[in-house]
Write a protein that binds this ligand. Structure first.
Ligand code: C2E
Ligand code: CA
Ligand code: CA
Ligand code: CA
Length: 276
């Protein structure tokens, strides 16, 4: 037993050492990633169900790390958020997405509004709206071309600041979507107080549709609530035709997911726009 205990200790120690090393590597890499131009964005269409039209596109951040390969947000966003690096990175995402949208429009392509994810720190930062205004100005886009997505959890973690920022965003005409809706415990009163435009049904409910008997009523409830509150509603993570049909029947306005298209790099998304 003693022997096993010591082994266990060594095991954890080695693993912790590994984790510390990996954190340092990641953190140093993250500092340099912007100047080394290692980030890129992937685009995924958002489709209106009744018309079949592409009405939006969401951007997702990707990091091609020279040592670790292609990393997804889950691998590095927590660290970026913790260190504050998310602020310059987030500004890069915003500028890159808007510049791309502008370039596609100038090329005569029917590029729709772009949805950008915001982290908690970005939303709380007092300069957020100033930054957004500057980027819109630089790229000559209208506020109607931009939507921000904020998760329910970020909102409930600091409601007063979220409310303040939302009011500022609304004043300049930026549309606001509540991401991962249904996974947090935000009260309906808060929802009613905030100037939001769209609810995004969390993908976990759709995944449960075939197996969990409470998934369908939850989705129906969210869609019904959106209709009653005069909000738009979109479902993310749509992977099958059955899911699409169900959402259509329930009156969900928009959908997004692998069933329609995976998030793809700009060059590939351009090909899609070309067919429209
Ligand atoms: P999210 O905003 O809820 O994004 C949805 C995630 O599901 C994305 O993962 C997307 O690639 C993936 N996805 C899209 N369609 C499907 C589908 O049909 N099935 C399944 N299983 N997954 C699908 P990703 O790109 O790894 O992003 C994860 C999270 O990281 C995002 O969740 C978002 O919260 C955050 N994120 C991504 N890009 C950014 C960014 O530029 N800034 C900030 N602050 N956060 C970002
Ligand atoms: Ca999102
Ligand atoms: Ca989501
Ligand atoms: Ca999510």
């Amino acid at each position: 037993a003693k022997e096993g205990g010591r082994n266990t200790y060594h095991f954890f120690s080695a693993e912790m050492h590994q984790q510390v090393l990996q954190r340092i590597t990641l953190e140093q890499g993250l500092v340099q990633a912007l100047e080394r131009d290692e980030f890129h964005l992937c685009y995924q269409e958002q489709t209106e169900l009744h018309s079949g039209k592409i009405v939006g596109m969401e951007v997702f951040l990707r990091w091609m790390n020279p040592e670790l390969g292609l990393l997804r947000p889950a691998d590095f966003l927590p660290l970026a958020e913790e260190t504050g690096l998310i602020l310059p990175i987030g500004e890069w995402v915003l500028r890159n997405a808007c510049t791309q949208l502008r370039a596609w429009r100038e090329a005569g392509l029917p590029a729709p509004r772009v949805a950008v994810n915001l982290s908690g720190r970005q939303l709380k930062h007092f300069r957020l709206v100033e930054t957004i205004c500057r980027v819109l100005d630089e790229t000559g886009l209208s506020p109607r071309d931009l939507e921000v997505e904020v998760t329910e959890n970020i909102i409930s973690s600091d409601l007063p600041t979220a409310a303040e920022r939302f009011e500022e965003l609304k004043r300049i005409g930026i549309s606001i979507a509540i991401d991962d809706f249904g996974t947090g415990i935000s009260s309906l009163r808060n929802l009613q107080r905030l100037p939001i435009d769209r609810l995004k049904i969390d993908h976990s409910f759709l995944q449960g549709l075939a197996t969990q008997k409470d998934a369908a009523p939850i989705i129906k409830t969210i869609i019904g609530m959106a209709h009653n509150l005069d909000l738009r509603v979109i479902a993310e993570g749509v992977e099958t035709n059955d899911q699409r049909d169900f959402l259509h029947q329930q009156g969900c306005h928009e959908v997004q997911g692998y069933y329609f298209s995976r998030p793809v790099p700009a060059e590939e998304f351009r090909k899609l726009l070309n067919t429209l």
